[in-house]
Design a protein around this ligand. Structure first.
Ligand SMILES: Nc1ncnc2c1ncn2[C@@H]1O[C@H](COP(=O)(O)OP(=O)(O)OP(=O)(O)O)[C@@H](O)[C@H]1O
Length: 524
């Protein structure tokens, strides 16, 4: 049934309509409306105006008592001369069960109707590989995304802090693992996603997805405090695997950046490493002791060292830097059967990890930022190389705090690895989900490759401006509506959805870990 809510009194080309809202009609920001000519629009602005309110009237309304007295005399402007005006952004023209771009503006004084839920339901049907992340706001229509487009053409979840980004990232990971049966990797710098191992609701699906969660921690770090936290909160120990990376898997560029950061490198030492570092990206690269590896580097590079004392001094200083570096980085493994306490450290086997559906949480919370970036670079490079050779299933990588791993200005060890997947990952079934509360600090090249954008509440004007400049699918008008989203709401636009969606994000099957610490929760 058609339910008219207003009439058009102005149009801005094919972008926007302005309409007078009928008295008593319910219109809200984000609501879908459809004109009698079939233009589907989304309400972006509502304004109430009283045409009798001039300075004299304002002067009369000088105090609460005075206004109440005026009301007693029947002087109530709100009900006598208020008009409600709204603006709505044109999404397209409805044609059958699809939508096309409009070629001409709507006509003035045509009606604006509530969009029937069947229409929205039909327009949001995804034929292949749908995942459901909630409901379209104000209706019972499931908010579905095209999983294939979401994961292969990359996506970004952008919002201010505490506005529900990791909750939603968790919903997407659960859906992809359960419904699409694909492997998901979560780069977790705060150790908050370990909570996904614990079902949050009494539902067999919650048990199923929780059992698909594998947690990986760097081999030689003390996880005691975090383990205690999870034990106390959920009454069950957190299950995790300690992993180590073969140092030979480390590309020269990453090694040089890390060594320069921790110990400094001279030009000669850099040259020696360029000659001698035995980089081998394969899982079958030999595992050797630190002494053997360092010896091999020196053996291979000695020929290019300067002759005499200067050369010997450079070599011996490089040996001690390399040795100390390999001993102290907590994510290396140099022999089989290595243990931390009585827990075994396994060689990181990305191929094995990503050949089955599951949610693989990489808990980096015990590392400093430099080591986090290094481990992320190593893992992503390994995924890319395997994906290129079709040795892993199509995989989706969620990167939390992405501004720290792929920053716009600062240097970062992991930036080139992320950029390469953003640019080329699609061809090999490797997709990224960039999650950040500081969009303006993310590398613009990475962000502009994210063809689906999911926004939650953003308030920082710099971030809003930046998002408008790099995201093709959102206009500055739409961005202003982001300021007023609730924590369980998200605005989704881009490739994975046929029309932009304002979504009420659904509940989680597994526990959510991101908790704001508040004064009352701090023990005295
Ligand atoms: N769909 C939802 N339903 C119910 N509660 C939600 C929903 N989304 C978010 N929340 C609530 O909002 C809080 C903050 O969400 P979340 O931790 O995901 O925010 P965030 O943006 O990731 O924060 P940060 O930037 O600090 O990591 C959660 O603890 C949760 O209580």
């Amino acid at each position: 049934m058609v339910n008219p809510v207003g009439i058009i009194h102005g149009v801005d080309g094919v972008r926007r309509i302005r309409f007078r809202v009928f008295d008593g009609a319910s219109v809200w920001i984000g609501q879908y409306v459809v004109t009698s000519e079939g233009y589907l629009c989304r309400v972006s602005r509502i304004e109430r105006r009283n045409y009798l309110t001039d300075d004299r009237i304002l002067a009369e309304m000088s105090s609460f008592e005075r206004i109440e007295r005026l009301k007693k005399y029947g002087f109530n402007l709100e009900f006598t001369s208020t008009i409600t005006l709204a603006e709505a952004l044109i999404i397209g023209v409805v044609e059958g069960s699809g939508i096309r771009q409009p070629m001409a503006p709507p006509h003035l004084y045509t009606y604006v109707n509530e969009a029937p839920s069947e229409l929205i339901s039909n327009l949001t049907v995804i034929n292949s590989a749908p995942i459901t992340i909630g409901k379209v706001k104000g209706s019972d229509t499931p908010a579905r995304l095209d999983a294939e487009k979401l994961t292969t053409h990359h996506c970004a979840i952008l919002a201010s802090t505490g506005s529900g980004k990791s909750w939603l990232a968790g919903v997407i990971a659960e859906e992809l693992a359960l419904t699409i049966k694909m492997p998901v990797v979560i780069i977790d710098p705060h150790g908050e996603y370990s909570s996904m191992q614990y079902p949050a609701v009494d539902d067999p699906l919650a048990n199923e997805v929780a059992s698909m969660v594998n947690i990986y921690v760097p081999g030689r770090v003390d996880t005691g405090e975090i383990d205690k936290y999870y034990m106390a909160k959920f009454g069950e120990p957190r299950r995790y695997i300690r992993i180590g990376v073969n140092p030979r898997n480390m590309p020269l560029g990453v090694l040089i950046k890390l060594l320069t950061h921790y110990y400094g490198l001279t030009d000669t030492q850099r040259r020696l490493l360029e000659e001698g570092w035995p980089y081998d990206p394969s899982i079958d690269a030999p595992l050797t002791t630190i002494d053997e590896l360092v010896g091999e580097v020196i053996e291979r590079s000695r020929g290019s060292a300067p002759k005499g004392y200067a050369g010997e001094s450079s070599i011996s200083s490089l040996v001690s830097k390399l040795r100390s570096f390999l001993e102290n980085r907590p994510f290396f493994i140099t022999m089989y059967g290595e243990h931390y306490g009585d827990e075994p450290i396994r060689l990181l086997d990305v191929e094995n990890m990503l050949n089955k559906p599951g949610i693989n949480v990489i808990d980096l919370s015990t590392l400093d930022l430099m080591d986090q970036q290094a481990l992320v670079a190593l893992m992503l490079d390994s995924m890319f190389n395997l994906a290129k050779r079709r040795r892993i299933m199509p995989t989706f990588v969620i990167i939390e705090e992405a501004h720290n791993f792929s920053p716009s200005k600062a240097l970062s060890i992991s930036k080139s690895s992320i950029l390469r997947i953003a640019r080329e990952g699609r061809k090999f079934g490797l997709g990224l989900c960039i999650v950040s509360q500081r969009p303006s600090r993310i590398d613009p090249d990475v962000l502009s490759q994210c063809m689906t954008q999911i926004f939650k509440r953003i308030i920082n004007p710099l971030d809003l401006k930046y998002v408008a400049s790099v995201a093709e699918n959102i206009s500055s008008d739409e961005l202003t509506t982001l300021k007023s989203l609730n924590p369980d709401e998200a605005y989704v636009t881009g490739m994975a959805t046929p029309i932009p969606l304002l979504v009420r994000v659904k509940g989680r099957l597994t526990h959510h870990g991101g908790v704001t610490r508040w004064i009352s929760t701090i023990n005295p």
